[in-house]
Structure formats: C-alpha cells, structure tokens
Design a protein around this ligand. Sequence first.
Ligand code: AMP
Length: 114
Amino acid sequence: MTKTIFEKIILREIPANIHYEDDEVIVIDDINPTAPIHLLIIPKKKIETLNDLAEGDTKLVGKLFQVAKNMASKFGIDKSGYRAIFNCNEDGGQTVYHIHLHLVGGRSFSWPPG
Ligand code: AMP
C-alpha cells in the first residue's frame, strides 16, 4: 500500500520540522500554515479518517488532545486561545488520509468556519 505523506515523515523519508515525538505521536509544522502557529499532531498508527476509529483508539485520540494542550502552552497560545481540529473526508476538507489534529493559533478565528 502506498505510504501517506505523514508515514514518509514518520519514517524520515521526507523532511519536516519536528517539535515533539514519542512512540505514538509526532508533531510537525504544517507546510502551508493558515495561522502564525499551525502544528499537526499525528498518530504514528495510520488511521485513514475519523470514521475509521476503533474502540481501541480512544486512548490514542485522547493523547492527541493532551499533546495539543502541551504544544499550545509551549508555543504561548494557551491563554490567547487556539483551535484543535480534525477534518474528515471531502466536505470536511481532508486532503491527507492519515488522521491528524490541526492546532492553530496566534490570531483570532471567526465562527462559523467557512
Ligand atoms: P487536511 O487537509 O486536514 O488533510 O490537512 C493536511 C495538512 O497537511 C494540510 O494543512 C497541508 O498543508 C499539510 N501538509 C501536506 N504535506 C505536508 C508536508 N510535507 N509537511 C507538513 N505538512 C504537510
């Protein structure tokens, strides 16, 4: 099966700016940032979309949010605020089919989203 861009980053086959890594998760800068801070919190386990989450993935998804919280603090956007977003499938704007949590901050965002 072809590797996703994130699998290639995890395997160091292509470069990325890595801010955090452990056995389960890697955090990188988004290559096309939409805000002053735009990080991607990516599980090393490939799960294609949120629709593919299994019961056993609950802890892993919770961990992605814990890492997001820690990154928000590290990048100094915890007090000003931020968004943590999963896009799912076409209408959700998903382009890489390996789930990832976007952490965006450093500016204010409107609601509802476009
Ligand atoms: P999504 O559209 O929710 O699937 O998000 C995919 C994100 O991955 C987009 O924001 C892209 O800018 C980002 N992206 C694509 N290729 C790379 C890459 N090589 N390194 C870092 N981020 C990437």
